[in-house]
Design a protein around this ligand. Structure first.
Ligand code: GCU
Length: 326
């Protein structure tokens, strides 16, 4: 192919990569970081099936797991330019793209499951989902990502003091970094797909996540201590690139939104089963599971609230509204 033609070809691929279409079928690429035996992967496959059914086969979503298309941060950047159409990331990864979302990463923000449900499935949740639209990322729905707790290679984390001197893997999130600092550990950002090796090689000593991720990503093979302090309840978010969204007609947009909402209901059910199964399997594998007193951890992160309010005063009102939701 002559050089100019070749350049044109790749230009087109880059421009329309997120949503390819021949005259009849639109194909949307959806990348994510999780493994395929995880409930969020099953939910995305369900979303794809529902959309295909609703559109009579005219819109297909191709799901690429395992960071095949990039880390969560990279995926968000690819969505912004429209070369990947959809993704599912942790709200923590969206922090850099939408300040409002970072609030969901505040430790001990939610009182219980009912509180989480009321916030995420109410007006605040909708506002948060749409807050990243000006950055070319439209949130479609939340997926349950349970509660995050510490797991370590060497010891149970019973108090914040147990984190002293430990390198704790965190997501690429300032809130997570501040939280670990507040508790006295050394935060080390590592992408999810690289975490197993990072733990194995001692690049980090510990990490934190929900039971299905700890189990399905097999981190329990390396970390034999799981301390359920449930310091955060950061949801996952399903997003579509606004470049792709705007390329759909109103009827197609409605199908996509409905498919996403239905997949969230499906995922919530899978999630509960997956948490139970993961805890059972982890225990069977000989992991020491403990339930530390949460009070000292809560005290240790008061500074994170102060820091957030000082550095981003515009978030104070949203924090207050979330705390007042009942
Ligand atoms: C959760 C979340 C993922 C994220 C992971 C992480 O498992 O569902 O989207 O990648 O945490 O800790 O990075």
């Amino acid at each position: 192919m002559p050089k100019l033609k070749l350049l044109f070809f790749f230009g087109i691929l880059l421009l329309y990569g997120g949503c390819q279409s021949d005259s009849r079928v639109k194909i949307i690429k959806m990348g994510h970081a999780q493994v395929t035996n995880h409930p969020v992967h099953a939910a995305m496959v369900f979303l794809a099936e529902r959309l295909e059914e609703k559109s009579g086969g005219r819109i297909k979503v191709k799901v690429y797991p395992n960071q095949q298309l990039g880390t969560e941060r990279e995926l968000l950047e690819l969505l912004q330019i429209g070369s990947v159409g959809m993704t599912k990331v942790s709200a923590a990864s969206l922090e850099a793209f939408s300040p409002q979302i970072s609030v969901l990463g505040l430790p001990f923000l939610f009182r219980d499951d009912d509180h989480i449900d009321k916030v995420l499935n109410g007006d605040i949740g909708t506002e948060i989902l749409l807050s990243s639209e000006k950055f070319w990322l439209r949130g479609l729905c939340f997926y349950d990502a349970g509660k995050r707790s510490f797991y370590s290679k060497t010891k149970s984390i019973e108090t914040p003091e147990d984190l002293t001197g430990l390198k704790i893997r965190v997501q690429e999130s300032k809130m997570a970094i501040n939280m670990i600092r507040g508790m006295g550990g050394s935060p080390t950002p590592v992408s999810y797909g690289e975490l197993y090796t990072a733990l194995q090689q001692g690049i980090v000593d510990a990490a934190e996540n929900n039971p299905p991720s700890f189990y399905n990503s097999r981190h329990y093979e390396v970390c034999k201590f799981y301390s359920i302090d449930e310091h955060t309840a950061i949801p996952d978010v399903v997003l579509v690139s606004t470049k792709v969204w705007e390329n759909l007609n109103p009827e197609e947009q409605q199908w996509l939104q409905e498919a996403a909402d239905e997949s969230a209901v499906f995922q919530a059910k899978l999630w509960k089963e997956s948490v139970e199964e993961s805890m059972r399997e982890i225990e069977k594998a000989g992991v020491v599971i403990t339930y530390p007193d949460r009070e000292p951890f809560m005290k240790a992160v008061e500074s994170v609230y102060e820091l957030t309010r000082t550095e981003q005063p515009q978030l104070s009102e949203l924090i207050q509204r979330i705390q007042n939701t009942n």
